[in-house]
Design a protein around this ligand. Structure first.
Ligand SMILES: [Zn+2]
Length: 233
């Protein structure tokens, strides 16, 4: 049996201290109940992948119980790109605009799963088995990765914050102000969208609204196009 249950990018989480983003600070949302209602037992999740370690992609790695941060998915391996983790620990807390916030986020959402021995540090280009792999997509963050799923009948990619909005597919040089390297994030978009254009690989990015999955068509000079499909049925 190859049954694995993946969670990719765990959002902001509850009761997190999110400095400077009032709308995300100290949330209390019924996320775990919603997961249960969707038929997903968090104890059965086998793998968690964070495309990068910004606070809004790691929050539900942990939850608070009796004043302590505990792994939300206690039987999962949490896959983090070593490059991304090392950047924050060695340089990012001090020099990145999100440094102070990320420092807190690490204490709340990263360190507890590291301390629990659940983290598998991976390369930016790595094979996780069963048709699942990660590929480098740097720019938004230092060690940003895209997650590729090859289900045999269908392939799809979760591309994290390679784009925050589909408008960046049409305008690949539009970068987010918070990108680690705006030139590199634009280059990454051009390269990867060029590779995907005309293929039958489905793509989404973590912040896209529904319908969030689509195919890439077009080219760089005329502009890439995100052709969405409804995957809710
Ligand atoms: Zn994000």
């Amino acid at each position: 049996m190859n049954e694995r249950l993946f969670v990719v990018d765990t959002c902001v989480g509850n009761e997190k201290e999110v400095l400077g983003f009032d709308g995300f600070n100290n949330l209390n949302l019924p996320f775990l109940d919603a997961m249960k209602q969707a038929g997903i037992d968090r104890n059965k999740v086998t793998d968690v992948i964070c495309t990068h370690l910004h606070f809004d992609h790691v929050g539900w790695n942990t939850y608070k119980e009796e004043g302590k941060w505990k792994p939300t998915f206690p039987n999962a391996k949490y896959h983090f790109a070593r490059e991304e983790y090392d950047y924050w620990e060695k340089d990012g807390f001090e020099n990145h605009a999100l440094g102070p916030l990320e420092n807190v986020s690490f204490r709340e959402s990263i360190d507890p799963v590291v301390d629990a021995g659940l983290v598998n540090f991976i390369e930016m280009d790595d094979d996780l088995g069963n048709g699942i792999s990660v590929k480098p997509s740097p720019g938004h963050s230092k060690g940003h990765i895209n997650v590729h799923f090859d289900a045999g009948t269908e392939t799809f990619i979760i591309a994290g914050d390679m784009c925050h909005h589909p408008c960046q597919i049409a305008q690949t040089n539009w970068a987010a102000v918070i990108d680690y390297d705006t030139k590199e994030s634009s280059l990454t978009r051009r390269k990867i969208l060029g590779e995907l254009s005309g293929s039958d690989t489905l793509v989404t990015c973590t912040h896209f609204c529904s319908p969030s999955f689509g195919y890439i068509i077009g080219n760089e000079s005329d502009g890439f196009v995100f052709k969405t499909v409804d995957k809710t049925n």
